[in-house]
Design a protein around this ligand. Structure first.
Ligand SMILES: Cc1cc2nc3c(=O)[nH]c(=O)nc-3n(C[C@H](O)[C@H](O)[C@H](O)COP(=O)(O)O)c2cc1C
Length: 499
């Protein structure tokens, strides 16, 4: 069994100044000009974030599903030993040994062998699940921070509320500089960061469908219970809220306890999820949401809030950074150009097909209103052999075994249940869900995990198929490939953006 020793390295690394003196190549006190957007699941893994941070900009790991990602990487034999090396720095007594004992398979599991299940999220998660979530986030941020003194952030989805406290704590133990959160209204995150930085329990309110008015449910984490001791204070990361309207930014900025340290303003063409159009949902002939002038973010209203902001969605072209800055932004956040670079977590074969088709002008990215169990529009690359392909979708047996997008609901007997619109339809209906919510829903958890080469395999079934999300603006690619080749790096993207 691997021996795991805690050194002071992680603790020292975690104790960075939290008072505005930003370390690293971005310059003291100066925010980064380019944020490499968080891209789940593990598309922006530690290799990508590390490359971006080493090049002087803000590299952001996705914090979604990192418990399963860590468990599966260990079951693949952890080639190179990076995960075990990082686990060796995890400051929770005995946790690394327990995780390695449970999941590490020397040489990796066989090609058709299923991955071992990981504990699912819940309002009262078990100790092993909490430990794995903390460890998964710690490992990703720890590895992203190696070999440079640049800035590293972590990205979460507000919708995945049940995962957040443990995940954030793991990232903070590894000394994360920024936390970014989108896909919801992250009112309680600043307070959560304050509590965890002080070594105190942190909690979040959880939305429970069908709960009586006034009932409050929470998910919490207690650093003392995990460390078995009085935990050392941690640096408090900065918090950027990812929003799509000046109204929401203004709302957050008006509540002192909810005020973030800045905003990422994301337009509807950005990769991943996006906010639905304001007002009644209208679909065009291609069944995509129609956005109009009301969806444009009013930068004048953002500017008066006095907080730094970054523009996201279709910002990956020469000159666009300068344009954003002249509009008052601190910089830009870019996703797709990094998702297609060689440090991206996307499986290399898939990435090659995406780049080739994008260059040939045949890659279509649809903004699908029904695919995501979250109910938010979700950009999907129309690539054969993936879950975007109707045949592949129809052939898949509906099931929910990862469960990150399960939402809690109150059952008739008063207990809390969990449901996901992408689970088997009859199960979802039995749990009180609506049939309309199940139509067209894709299992994002399994699809996105397959995209990074960690597809679940089940006896008698085809392996889970990938599902690829990208932004709708691919106009940056010909110029970038002309400058740096189709196997371009994260540093090439940054050079291109800074032109
Ligand atoms: C593959 C991929 C996955 C993404 N996943 C997330 C995510 O998990 N959370 C999030 O806030 N944004 C996510 N995004 C959005 C990016 O962080 C970024 O804001 C967006 O891609 C910027 O627009 P662009 O793609 O036009 O550059 C994702 C984008 C891509 C391309």
């Amino acid at each position: 069994m691997a021996t795991v020793q805690r050194s002071d390295e992680a603790q020292q690394a975690a104790a960075r100044p939290a008072d505005g003196a930003l370390p690293g190549p971005a310059g003291a006190g100066r925010p980064p000009e380019v944020i490499q957007g968080g891209m789940g699941v593990a598309v922006s893994g530690w290799r990508l974030a590390r490359a971006v941070a080493a090049a002087g900009q803000l590299g952001v790991v996705s914090g979604v599903a990192l418990d399963a990602v860590l468990a599966r990487r260990l079951q693949c034999g952890d080639p190179g030993g990076d995960a075990r090396r990082a686990l060796g720095q995890l400051p929770l007594p005995g946790a690394a040994e327990r995780i390695i004992r449970r999941y590490f398979v020397p040489g990796g599991i066989g090609a058709g062998q299923p991955f071992r299940p990981t504990p699912r999220l819940g309002l009262r998660p078990n100790a092993a699940g909490t430990e794995l979530a903390v460890a998964g986030n710690f490992v990703e941020v720890y590895l992203a921070r190696q070999g440079h003194d640049g800035l590293v952030g972590v990205n979460y989805l507000e919708k995945v509320q049940l995962a957040t406290p443990a995940a954030v704590y793991g990232a903070m133990l590894a000394g994360v500089d920024y936390v970014l959160m989108g896909a919801g209204i992250p009112v309680e995150i600043p307070a959560l960061l304050n509590s965890l930085a002080a070594g105190e329990p942190g909690e979040l309110t959880v939305t429970v469908a069908d709960a009586p008015t006034g009932a409050r449910h929470t998910v919490r984490i207690d650093p003392r219970a995990l460390s078995g001791d009085a935990p050392a204070p941690l640096a408090r990361p900065r918090f950027l809220a990812i929003v799509s309207s000046a109204v929401l930014a203004g709302y957050l900025a008006r509540i002192p306890a909810a005020t973030p340290d800045g905003f990422v303003l994301e337009g509807p063409g950005a990769g991943g999820h996006s906010a639905p159009p304001r007002g009644r949902l209208r679909l065009d002939a291609g069944h995509e949401p129609v956005y109009g002038p009301r969806d444009e973010i009013d930068l004048a209203k953002i500017t008066v809030l006095g907080l730094p902001f970054w523009l996201a969605g279709g910002q990956a072209g020469p000159g666009l950074l300068a344009r954003a800055k002249s509009a008052g932004a601190a910089g830009i956040q870019v996703g797709t150009a990094f998702a297609l670079c060689r440090e991206s977590g996307i499986d290399a074969g898939l990435r090659g097909r995406l780049v080739d088709q994008a260059l040939a002008g045949t890659l279509v990215i649809r903004n699908e209103p029904d695919s995501s169990p979250t109910g938010f529009p979700f950009k999907v690359a129309q690539l054969s052999g993936t879950l975007a392909d109707d045949e592949v979708y129809a052939a898949r047996t509906r099931l929910c075994d990862l469960g990150y997008l399960r939402a809690p609901y109150q059952r008739g007997d008063g207990r809390i249940g969990y449901r996901c619109p992408a689970e088997p339809v009859e199960t979802y209906l039995r749990k009180g869900g609506e049939i309309e919510d199940t139509i067209g829903r894709r299992c994002l958890c399994n699809g996105l995990t397959a995209t990074i080469g960690l597809a679940q395999r089940r006896t008698g079934e085809p392996a889970e198929a990938p599902l690829v999300t990208l932004g709708q603006d691919l106009g940056f690619l010909p110029g970038l490939v002309a400058a740096a080749g189709s196997n371009y790096s994260a540093a090439d993207v940054i050079a291109y953006l800074l032109q």
